[in-house]
Design a protein around this ligand. Structure first.
Ligand code: LHQ
Length: 263
């Protein structure tokens, strides 16, 4: 399917979703929200896709909600803000966390508001030296949404998360790295290569085992140690029946490189 507001490309087992409203700093209008949901669904159901990259065209990752579009919606009184969030950003973030494939975020510039939430919903984050993160909601007297209140304290601790949320300060890439907000900071010209190298590596890896690992770590955030130990044992029973597991053990014993098929 052709998209108007995003680019969607699949190559070498990697699906790349690029927010593509660069003249609007990739701010989300309704079309971009729905197209992102559709692309995530396509990537999830496409068996050839074993890893994803999410990034932005131009100088921003995403400035969050398109406020001009939002103002126009309000003028036409179409639904509540809560309904807009439930049917849009919440679906995007939920799909990203539930999808049992690794998602590499390549934050090329500003990630603000809902754009920050979507960045933080990625599994591994690469940030350009030019990236900034901003909980911009407070600037328009709103509450952080799109998972920001859930992701931020878990990544950087509650005190710093609260400060970011109520000041709306712009966190630069070096500070984001120091805080543990991102995994890696990369010169802008090397960002996409670094993200692609990681995604291509993951696309050759045991996809199902990675998916189960994501499931376990998602659940572990709410579990006690005992619950996690039991859940690990259950998931290991599943992983132990995968053909990639047989291949991994056989390759190790034969002292050769494994060929994982993601099955
Ligand atoms: C924009 C935007 C934008 C429209 C820059 N919209 N034009 C959910 C439900 C319902 C309601 C509300 O929200 C939500 C979720 C949310 O995401 S709320 C948060 C919405 N986002 C923001 O408040 C971020 C606003 N933008 C910024 O803080 C800055 O623009 C960032 C930090 C993204 C980038 O700063 P700069 O690099 O200094 O660029 P700039 O501020 O000069 O912006 C460039 C242009 O982009 C400018 O337009 P212009 O015509 O002057 O060139 C901005 O007006 C426009 N723009 N963000 N979200």
């Amino acid at each position: 399917m052709a998209y108007d507001t995003i680019l969607y490309d699949v190559a070498g087992g990697v699906a790349t979703i690029t927010f593509n409203r660069p003249e609007k700093l990739n701010a989300f209008n309704d079309t971009m929200i729905q197209e992102t949901i559709k692309a995530l669904r396509d990537a999830e159901h496409d068996e050839t896709v074993r890893a994803l990259i999410v990034t932005g065209a131009g100088r921003a990752f995403s400035a969050g909600q398109d406020l001009a579009d939002y103002q126009e919606r309000r003028a036409r009184s179409i639904g509540t803000i809560g309904d807009h969030i439930r049917s849009g950003y919440n679906v995007i973030v939920t799909r990203m966390r539930a999808m049992e494939k690794p998602i590499v975020g390549a934050v090329n510039g500003a990630a603000a508001g809902a754009g920050a939430g979507i960045a933080l919903a990625c599994d591994i984050l690469f940030a350009s030296e030019q990236a900034i993160f901003a909980e911009a909601f407070i600037g328009i007297a709103l509450v952080p949404d799109s998972g920001n209140t859930w992701f931020l304290p878990r990544r950087i601790g509650p005190a710093r998360a609260f400060e970011m949320a109520v000041t709306g300060e712009r966190i630069r890439a070096d500070e984001a790295l120091r805080l543990g907000l991102v995994n890696h900071v990369i010169p802008p010209e090397d960002l996409m290569k670094a993200a692609r190298d990681m995604a291509e590596h993951l696309a050759q890896a045991p996809t199902k085992a990675i998916g189960l690992t994501k499931r376990a770590m998602n659940r572990a955030l709410e579990f006690t140690l005992d619950q996690s130990l039991e859940y690990e044992a259950q998931l290991q029973d599943i992983a132990g029946r995968l053909s990639d597991h047989q291949e991994g053990v056989a390759a190790f014993l034969a002292k050769r490189q494994p060929k994982f098929t993601g099955k």
